[in-house]
Design a protein around this ligand. Structure first.
Ligand SMILES: C/C=C/C(=O)SCCNC(=O)CCNC(=O)[C@H](O)C(C)(C)COP(=O)(O)OP(=O)(O)OC[C@H]1O[C@@H](n2cnc3c(N)ncnc32)[C@H](O)[C@@H]1OP(=O)(O)O
Length: 259
């Protein structure tokens, strides 16, 4: 593992981003700056089929923002402190291909908020999940108050945010906070397995599906249906659409070229 706090490697068209800030991968300034550079590189990289974000070490995916920074924050500094990280997480959420969070350990505070900015969450059975910010006299400031109630029920999001209590992986799966839980040592392998399945599908279709779902969540159903129809229409103009149908009738796997 390199000296960096964020490592990036590629397995074919899959990017694997590893956050490495022992002992609990807290989101300190150096890590956030490095993650910002990596995300901007991924935004510009063509042909990516999926991104996996995971943490180094056995204990935590990410244990939150760097609490040691908090005594220095006042309103004037606090707002840009969270805005910089909010915008970074939004860039992750807006990446053109699916982002899978491989939760190798506890996801707390900003760590859970980072996981919420990803599309899909695969968690170690040992991981715990919480937004304990009220225990520090603050609130989740990296998107938790907006994304958590949109993912699980509003009532359960309020229970987690108001109590600051963590839940285990089984409960996280039960309430739909994570999409799969696996043995601790299999988290990255399972994330890679899903990424490989996705990477064999039409990349334009997968990208359009992501943006249609995400944008559609901000629209009413009628507007969302129009968006869906328009994006379906766009895909009808692609060679991939023709390849998909031809491969089906030729009873072979399609070879999508992303055009
Ligand atoms: C807008 C966003 C806001 C936020 O994200 S606020 C932060 C929210 N996160 C938390 O409140 C979680 C805080 N951390 C913990 O609850 C625990 O840690 C863990 C459950 C993750 C692990 O517990 P254990 O195994 O007992 O280890 P340990 O001794 O608590 O921590 C190991 C070292 O890591 C430091 N540390 C832990 N979390 C953070 C953090 N979020 N920011 C800065 N440092 C952190 C500790 O102080 C300690 O350090 P030393 O070994 O020097 O005593």
């Amino acid at each position: 593992m390199s000296e960096n706090k964020v490592d990036l490697l590629f397995e074919n068209e899959i990017a694997i981003v590893t956050l490495n800030n022992p002992p609990v991968n807290a989101l300190d300034k150096v890590l956030i700056d490095e993650l910002d550079k990596v995300v901007k590189e991924l935004k510009m990289k063509e042909g990516l089929r999926a991104v996996i974000i995971t943490g180094a070490g056995e204990k935590a995916f990410v244990a939150g923002a760097d609490i040691s920074q908090f005594p220095n924050l006042n309103r004037e500094l606090g707002i840009p402190f969270v805005r910089k990280q909010q915008m970074l997480f939004q860039e992750i959420s807006d990446l053109y291909c699916p982002v899978i969070c491989a939760l190798n350990g506890h996801a707390l505070g900003g760590g859970l908020e980072l996981a919420l900015a990803c599309d899909i969450r695969i968690a170690s059975v040992k991981a715990k999940f919480g937004v304990p910010e009220v225990s520090l006299g603050i609130i989740p400031g990296l998107g938790g108050t907006q994304r958590l109630p949109r993912l699980i029920t509003v009532g359960y999001a309020k229970k987690m945010i108001f109590s600051g209590e963590a839940i285990d992986a089984q409960e996280a799966y039960r309430i739909g906070l994570v999409e799969k839980i696996v043995e601790h040592e299999h988290v990255l392998k399972e994330a890679l397995k899903l990424a490989e399945v996705i990477s064999k599908k039409g990349p334009l279709g997968v990208a359009k599906a992501k943006v249609t779902i995400n944008k559609g969540l901000e629209l009413n159903v009628c507007e969302g249906l129009l968006l869906e129809a328009n994006n379906f229409g766009d895909l009808c103009e692609t060679n991939d659409k023709n390849e998909g149908a031809v491969a089906f009738f030729e009873k072979r796997a399609p070879e999508f070229k992303g055009n």
